[in-house]
Design a protein around this ligand. Structure first.
Ligand code: UN1
Length: 515
């Protein structure tokens, strides 16, 4: 294993102070005895805590949503291209502060520098898309069966959008939702993961500055810091017209019936259990690179991370040997150190899940071929770095079918391509998938109606690292929602169908006669 330098808590604290200052957050920490609810800011890099932040309670939520609702009622009157200026300002501020916000993502979520920066780039990209979209929120004109009539559809602002996001994309997921929601004429109330409050404060500071520059209504885009109680109050409030929630399937299962029970709209981005099929014709050099990035990158903590490889029996041994040697030289360590490719797991619970899954896989007859060890424990006992693991499996057992949010790659083998697709689809989740093949029949079958059942199906690219221009999301237990590009904006608006009669007659549809 290649080592990289470890960052100390003092170095982190110094960087944090400077970064928070430049991002306009200032010093957000409060004393433990100040009274009221608090939330702890921590870094998985050292595992140490920076301090406490003021949190909201469930009873604060109603007032915040009320303010957002009032802001929405003004914002929906602003023409969409003018609304786009707010998002353009946000995009400009993100460009200006890309390095600092990227560093903060690394400090709080443990991403390596280029992935922290990549996440901010994803925010800039969605802002660009949303600004263009602010002049493209179009409906259709539809042929009507009645003379002297016109039928059309329009898309109108929806209301307050509640956003719940996870620790692993602490800033980008907020921006995908917020940039679209704002140009669509909505207000936003955001409840980030309680593991990443600092990045949320930074986004809110940038948003406040953008709102100030364009004179957006007070409280148009707001932040709720807190735990489950705060999230539940957001979920249950009938004024939240759309709840967009990203996280585990378990969270989605708790949230979805509550929102459905009040007939709110839902956009769910839940668990993934993404596979890559590697066919005999695959360019193995390319496949290995794609697999290592998708499976070990972000320490396996993307919802799009690669968790299963389904390789043809004629090449599986060669592939596993190549992957094993690539894994053996992965630099694991502080995500801020140059050269590191694998940073820490988010916390102790995540490390525990990693260990349990490896034990379960081996109990199911799997063979651990590389990785699985904890490293850097001597530098800080509260930080959890692991060597990404590869486990070969004879069968797709329950543990392989479960999403473990850690760098474990299960390898299965297949003989016929149909069998590979059946294995790939035989899990409850349906987010992302990939095939590595140079065979055009296999590639086309994979992306066809009888191929991958996922929302994302790639050819000769791993399942993670989607760009924002496409609709992002998946099927089955992934929740069915789509965010980001294509026509995902429609989830943030309400559609009206309008029939306008400009004649002097009143013909009824379907030829109905009625005096
Ligand atoms: C997530 O892990 O929650 O496609 C989102 C990707 C990123 C987004 C991942 N653009 O991997």
């Amino acid at each position: 294993m290649a080592e990289s330098t470890f960052t100390t808590h003092d170095e982190l604290s110094q960087t944090l102070t400077a970064v928070l200052d430049r991002l306009g957050v200032g010093d957000p920490f409060v004393a433990a005895d100040q009274g009221g609810a608090t939330i702890t800011a921590r870094s998985p890099i050292t595992g140490t805590e920076f301090g406490l932040l003021t949190a909201h309670t469930g009873s604060d939520v109603a007032a915040i949503i009320e303010q957002a609702q009032t802001a929405f009622e003004q914002w929906r009157l602003v023409p969409a291209p003018v609304r786009g200026k707010l998002v353009r300002e946000l995009g400009e501020l993100l460009r200006e502060h890309k390095d600092d916000l990227g560093a903060l993502v690394s400090i709080e979520a443990g991403k390596i520098t280029s992935e922290g920066l990549g996440e901010v780039q994803e925010m800039i990209d969605i802002c660009d898309l949303a600004v263009g979209l602010s002049r493209q929120l179009f409906g259709q004109t539809i042929a009507t069966e009645r003379p002297g009539h016109r039928m059309m559809e329009q898309w109108h602002p929806l209301g307050v959008v509640g956003v719940i996001s996870a620790f692993n994309f602490p800033v980008a997921v907020w921006s995908w939702n917020t940039a679209l929601a704002l140009v669509c004429g909505d207000a936003v109330v955001w409840k980030p993961s309680d593991k990443t409050p600092l990045t949320a404060l930074a986004c809110q500071a940038l948003m406040n500055e953008a709102a100030r520059r364009v004179g957006a209504p007070e409280g148009l885009s707001q932040l709720l810091l807190g735990g489950v109680e705060v999230g539940e109050a957001l979920v249950d409030d009938a004024r939240v017209a759309l709840l967009s929630a990203t996280g585990s399937t378990r969270m989605g299962r708790a949230v979805a019936p509550r929102v459905a029970g009040r007939f709110g709209k839902l956009l769910l981005e839940l668990g993934g259990n993404n596979a890559a099929i590697v066919a005999p014709s695959a360019d193995l050099d390319l496949a290995v690179r794609g697999i290592v990035f998708s499976a070990a990158g972000t320490a396996g903590q993307r919802c799009t991370s690669l968790r299963r490889v389904i390789a043809h029996s004629s090449i599986v041994d060669d592939l596993v040997a190549r992957l094993t040697s690539a894994y053996a030289s992965l630099p694991i360590g502080s995500p801020l150190a140059a050269g590191t490719l694998v940073g820490p797991l988010i916390d102790a619970a995540s490390y525990e899940g990693f260990g349990k899954a490896l034990a379960a896989a081996q109990a199911d007859g799997g063979t651990l071929v590389v990785g699985g060890e904890r490293v850097h424990a001597e530098e800080s006992e509260d930080a959890f770095y692991v060597q990404p693991a590869i486990v070969t499996m004879a069968a797709q057992t329950d543990i392989v079918k479960a999403e473990t949010f850690a760098p474990i790659l299960y390898v299965l083998s297949y003989d016929s391509f149909d069998e590979a697709i059946a294995l790939q689809n035989d899990v409850a989740q349906g987010l992302s998938s990939a095939v590595f093949t140079l065979n055009v029949r296999e590639a086309e079958q994979f992306v066809s109606a009888i191929g991958s059942d996922c929302g994302i199906a790639n050819v000769n690219i791993g399942p993670s690292g989607a760009e924002i221009g496409g609709a992002f999301g998946g099927e089955k237990e992934t929740g069915g929602g789509r965010e980001s590009g294509s026509d995902a904006w429609k989830a943030y608006m309400r559609r009206t169908t309008n029939t306008v009669n400009y004649s002097t007659e009143l013909p009824l549809a379907q030829g109905v006669e009625f005096v």
